[in-house]
Ligand binder design. Structure first.
Ligand code: FES
Length: 107
């Protein structure tokens, strides 16, 4: 059993995830508001930036949902991944708005 820390819409949630569950399924079981769409790797709504931890991303996915470049840069689809250690993830949307905010603060 691993602990997942999820940041979504400026909130943080912690929940447990077993190695045979996806972080998306485990969050939904706990009624945590994780963005969800197709649940089959096709829409990209569940795209996360992995902040820390080990995971395995299923390679069968739509490249529109998750490009090879995103995959290489630590993005993953919460509906198509399995957790191999405690994990920290943030939605791609929250991650981008954090980056924007940080670059505005630098100016
Ligand atoms: S819910 Fe559609 S790609 Fe994960």
């Amino acid at each position: 059993m691993y602990k997942v820390t999820l940041k979504v819409r400026n909130q943080q949630f912690e929940y447990n995830c077993t190695p045979d569950q996806t972080p998306l399924r485990a969050a939904r079981n706990e009624f945590i508001p994780i963005p969800t769409g197709c649940q089959r790797g096709g829409c990209g709504m569940c795209k996360m930036k992995v902040l820390e931890g080990e995971y395995e991303q299923e390679l069968v996915r739509s490249h529109e949902a998750l490009s090879d470049e995103e995959l290489a840069n630590g993005f993953a689809l919460a509906c198509c991944m399995t957790v191999k250690s405690d994990l920290g993830i943030i939605t791609a949307e929250d991650y981008e708005s954090q980056l924007k905010k940080a670059s505005l603060e630098e100016k």
